[in-house]
Design a protein around this ligand. Structure first.
Ligand SMILES: *[C@@H]1O[C@H](CO)[C@@H](O)[C@H](O)[C@H]1NC(C)=O
Ligand SMILES: *[C@@H]1O[C@H](CO)[C@@H](O)[C@H](O)[C@H]1NC(C)=O
Ligand SMILES: *[C@@H]1O[C@H](CO)[C@@H](O)[C@H](O)[C@H]1NC(C)=O
Ligand SMILES: *[C@@H]1O[C@H](CO)[C@@H](O)[C@H](O)[C@H]1NC(C)=O
Ligand SMILES: *[C@@H]1O[C@H](CO)[C@@H](O)[C@H](O)[C@H]1NC(C)=O
Ligand SMILES: *[C@@H]1O[C@H](CO)[C@@H](O)[C@H](O)[C@H]1NC(C)=O
Length: 940
């Protein structure tokens, strides 16, 4: 006998302990078990999962968005696919997962479960632009391999956990645009902190609510940061001079905080710096000296309280400066003419200062200069030679000069800055916006590329966009079928970010499939593509044009049932289960409860027909001996054939076990309301000539007890047993949760589980059933069958659905052991419990009839049974939970069958098939220079 043991929690140590298989095989089985559990929970909890997630093996036959290596899911990449729902705990049992990218699914909500820390192989966690909330769990610090962590644009709150300092391999940390608060965590002798992230290149923490000071300890010369982005927080105190020790820095954004004090002198040591944003703080002291920071392109020091001073020398010496923003910084003195000749200069904003003297445009004024904003200064005069007014705007309003006659046509001409530029480099296809011709049109995928820093300010220079599109397009086209990438507009948004509207066109007038959309999203938000402009993120407009029809996501459940065709076995006698105990005598005084029926009210019964005694006599050939298929304490069971040809089983109560008319009526009313494929269907009844008979559908393969005892000739392998268990459990779930009114069976046992065609289980015999509403709670007389009886019910006489769960647990153990619950004074429940306690398993008790079988999931089945057999009803699972658990076992068996039948196939490694890139452009220890901006073609 092969027993395949699955650990309940999908952890590897548990596997080693429980497995009695060769390690390698069982490893795969365990993996599959976990896979099924995890992916099914995704399916159950998410809306809009890909329609092809109905196939059996997610790895062998590629589910969209799921990438495997040797039957292990290593990547889940589903950005931009309209997923909605919480992130289920179970996904976190995919311990081999390396990439989880769910960006731009705004319907994904709820917290990031703390068990995220179990994904010890995770390299990239990309959840940009979802709707997650709650704290970032402390356990994130366990993800030792993590290099890319993107949680930006969600609703995370609380502090950054100190444990993040344990992520020694982290390269990108992006927590921007959340609701995080508190101080930035720093390490001490006992606790880690952000300062320990020595391999990190990117701290993107902007647009949160971080407060307190920027600690000096946060920065050190051992760090290799290239971007520090902390804009729009509530940081105070001064800028620590340790910032000047990180010589690798190319971008600093500290704007829109409450920083004060003077800017540390040694910032000028950052000679690699491209962009410096210190605007909108309370900085004081001298204007920082930026001499020798020759790579600076974009400097924004606006809205600070620096000491009153003339425009500093460095204005004139920064060769690559494109943008100088020093609004409201208490500048005085003349405007440097030399600065206006800087060759790359595009934008100079010196508004709201005290600049005076004359503005003189130099003869060699930069041809790229687009704007000089000097509004609200004390400029006396304006000297200019020839300049192209359509290219260069000069804004001089609110200066002394404006009071002079020469100012005519120069002042008061200020137009608002044109921050929105429609781009025409790539016109959309003609029918793109015409919804009526949707089907013939190419459906582009639209989104925004948002740059948090950039090295130019001339949005009208089309070369920038052409360059971006020209480098992005081939990068994507290697990975996605793609016609072209178009940038359709550019603007600076309220945060000072550059927002480029982008359209991705699928080839050949077609649609993108999910894989296409998700690959675009992953390439961008996981930063597989490095832009020439610096850090960016990507948000999209939900793509609704997926080509396939949306299929309801009920899926795997159906799988378990389908495709399992049994050879119809020799039909043994279809004996009905019978009551082993007489129904106790009734105290009730009986009126004739049928009187109203006789008056024609029978149709209250849904579908149950009234049969006359003669009808029944005829269809059983006068109750002939040949028609008799069983006998029980209360009477005989006959097989009959109705005039329609339908086979029925007729239970005929014998004298002495007739029920009171009231009971009989109750039973009929009850049974006639119940219609489910796993519950025996009542066709009609006979209450005539002093007889009581119930007419049921005929169930051909006898009872489960008969099958287990070998009497009926039905062979029950493990898979069939699981299917019988799940069928019976579904029948009970129906009675408990879906029947109206709900019903407690009260006498679940293997005799009362009948086997129909294909061994479909049907729950039978509601002799003891009572409507849940009427009868829940205290009962006067405990009823049931010894061996199956819920001890809690027995002792308290309080009846709940959980009593059926107990009895069902006993049936589950019958399925495993083949034994009757009470056999030769041995109580099978006790035997199994003892075995589990002593040996940790129940292998010795397994039914010998299963000895040649592979018992996939047996462990879990037994543990589930034991949960059903808890003494306290509250601790037992519900029947619907039982159904779900058994369904998973069936799926695991299916998967394994499939694998066994295709073990030679090498196709399980589907991951590379789609050409999906595993690796980042950066690996954690690379010394790759990130600073392509330094050699950007725009600045030459
Ligand atoms: C796939 O698995 C094999 C064996 O476990 C391993 O050697 C290989 O590196 C894996 N490939 C990827 C891309 O993870
Ligand atoms: C985001 O989640 C919150 C609850 O956490 C919910 O109220 C809101 O509707 C969600 N937004 C979207 C777009 O789903
Ligand atoms: C998985 O995560 C949970 C919750 O954080 C934790 O209790 C459990 O120990 C973890 N399991 C492993 C194997 O790390
Ligand atoms: C280290 O920092 C943690 C968190 O800020 C704090 O609780 C702890 O007291 C500190 N330990 C020492 C030795 O300073
Ligand atoms: C910074 O803000 C915190 C409150 O967030 C306050 O307690 C502290 O005194 C402030 N420090 C300075 C230097 O203003
Ligand atoms: C900066 O300017 C110098 C001199 O004009 C030039 O040689 C260099 O290429 C520029 N650097 C960048 C990054 O454009």
């Amino acid at each position: 006998m092969n027993i395949v043991a699955f650990p309940m929690d999908c952890t590897i140590p548990a596997l080693v302990k429980l497995s009695i298989l060769e390690e390698e095989t069982s490893d795969i089985y365990v993996f599959l078990w976990c896979l099924v559990t995890a992916l099914r929970s995704l399916q159950e909890q998410w809306q809009n999962t890909p329609p092809n997630w109905v196939r059996r093996d997610p790895c062998g036959r590629r589910w969209e968005g799921i990438y495997c290596n040797e039957s292990r899911v290593i990547e889940i990449i589903l950005p931009g696919t309209n997923l909605a729902g919480p992130l289920p705990e179970e996904i976190l049992s995919l311990s081999e997962l390396q990439t989880l990218d769910l960006s731009n699914n705004r319907g994904l909500t709820g917290p990031l479960p703390s068990s995220i820390g179990n994904l010890s192989n995770l390299v990239s966690l990309v959840l940009v632009g979802c709707n997650f909330s709650g704290p970032i769990p402390e356990s994130i610090g366990s993800l030792q391999r993590l290099t890319h962590l993107f949680l930006n644009i969600n609703h995370f709150s609380g502090n950054i956990p100190h444990s993040i300092g344990n992520l020694r391999n982290l390269i990108w940390l992006d927590l921007s645009e959340n609701e995080l608060d508190g101080t930035l965590p720093i390490s001490n002798t006992t606790t880690p902190g952000l300062d320990m992230l020595l391999n990190a290149h990117h701290f993107h923490l902007g647009q949160n609510r971080f407060s307190g000071e920027l600690p000096a300890e946060l920065f050190s010369s051992r760090m290799t940061l290239i971007h520090i982005i902390l804009n729009e927080n509530q940081l105070n105190g001064s800028i620590p001079d340790t910032l000047g020790d990180i010589r690798t820095l190319t971008v600093i954004r500290l704007d829109r905080n409450s920083l004060s004090g003077s800017v540390p002198q040694n910032l000028s040591m950052l000679t690699s710096l491209n962009q410096l944003y210190l605007a909108n703080n309370n900085l004081s002291g001298p204007i920082p000296d930026l001499t020798d920071m020759n790579l600076l392109t974009y400097v924004d020091l606006s809205n600070n309280s620096f000491d009153v001073a003339a425009g500093p020398q460095w204005f004139e010496t920064l060769p690559n400066l494109t943008t100088l923003m020093m609004e409201n910084t208490r500048l005085e003195g003349n405007i440097s003419t030399a600065m206006l000749s800087l060759p790359q200069l595009q934008t100079v904003v010196l508004r709201n200062n005290q600049l005076n003297g004359n503005l003189e445009l130099p003869a060699n004024i930069s041809s790229s200069l687009r704007l000089i904003d000097l509004r609200n200064n004390s400029i006396d005069g304006f000297r200019f030679g020839v300049y192209n007014r359509s290219r260069l705007s000069i804004m001089l309003d609110e200066n002394r000069f404006c009071l002079t006659p020469e100012a005519a046509g120069i002042c008061n001409t200020s137009q608002p800055l044109n921050y929105f530029i429609p781009l025409e480099n790539c016109a959309p296809l003609p029918c793109f916006s015409d919804p009526t011709s949707e089907s013939e049109c190419t459906r582009p995928y639209l989104g925004n590329l948002v740059f948090r820093s950039f090295n130019f300010s001339d949005l009208e220079n089309m070369l920038y966009y052409a360059f971006l599109a020209d480098s992005l397009q081939p990068f994507l086209a290697d990975r996605v079928p793609l016609d072209r990438v178009c940038l359709t507009s550019a603007m600076i948004d309220v945060n000072g970010f550059l927002v480029l509207n982008v359209s991705f066109f699928p080839p050949g007038g077609a649609y993108f499939n999910r894989t296409g959309i998700s690959t675009v999203g992953n390439v961008l938000n996981n930063h597989l593509y490095e832009s020439p402009y610096g850090p960016y993120y990507y948000t999209d407009l939900p793509y609704t044009a997926f080509p396939e029809r949306t299929i309801n996501t009920g899926l795997i459940v159906g799988l378990a049932v389908g495709g399992f065709v049994l050879v119809v076995l020799t039909i043994a006698s279809g004996v009905y289960a019978y009551r082993q105990r007489k129904i106790a005598q009734r105290a009730a005084k009986l009126n004739n409860p049928f009187s109203s029926w006789n008056e024609g009210n029978v149709p209250q019964l849904k579908g149950a027909k009234w049969f006359s005694f003669e009808d029944v006599q005829q269809c059983t050939r006068f109750f002939s001996h040949e028609s008799q298929i069983g006998v029980g304490g209360y009477g005989k069971v006959y097989k009959g054939k109705l005039s329609t040809g339908e086979l029925v089983a007729i239970k005929r109560a014998q004298q002495g076990s007739l029920q009171g008319a009231l009971e009989f009526k109750t039973e009929i009313e009850l049974l006639s309301r119940v219609h489910h494929k796993n519950v025996v269907n009542l066709i009609g009844f006979c209450y005539d000539k002093g007889e009581q008979m119930l007419v049921y559908e005929y169930v051909p393969n006898g009872s489960l007890r008969e099958a287990l005892s070998g009497k009926s000739g039905v062979q029950l392998n493990w898979m069939r047993r699981l299917k019988i268990a799940v069928g019976a459990a579904r029948g009970l779930t129906y009675l408990h949760e879906l029947a109206d009114p709900p019903i407690i069976h009260r006498d679940i046992k293997s005799d009362n589980i009948l086997l129909g065609d294909n061994l479909n289980a049907k729950v039978a015999d509601f002799g003891l059933s009572r409507l849940l509403n009427e009868d829940k709670g205290q009962v006067t007389q405990v009823k049931g069958t010894m061996g199956y009886l819920d001890p809690e019910y027995y002792m308290t006489q309080i009846l709940t659905e959980k009593s059926d769960v107990y009895s069902f647990g006993v049936v589950m153990l019958e399925l495993v052991t083949g034994k009757m619950p009470l056999e030769k004074n041995k109580y099978v429940v006790r035997l199994v419990r003892e075995a589990m306690m002593e040996a940790g398993h129940a292998y010795d008790l397994v039914d010998p009839a299963l000895s040649s079988d592979t018992l996939v999931g047996m462990e879990i089945f037994v543990k589930l049974a034991i949960r059903c057999l808890q003494d306290m009803g509250d601790e037992r699972p519900s029947m619907s939970e039982v159904v779900k658990e058994i369904e998973k076992m069936i799926e695991a068996n299916d998967l394994i069958d499939e694998i066994e039948s295709t073990t030679t196939s090498a196709s399980y490694d589907g991951a590379r098939e789609g050409g999906h890139p595993y690796s980042h452009m950066y690996s954690s220890n690379s010394n790759v220079s990130f600073d392509s901006r330094a050699s950007s073609p725009f600045l030459r």
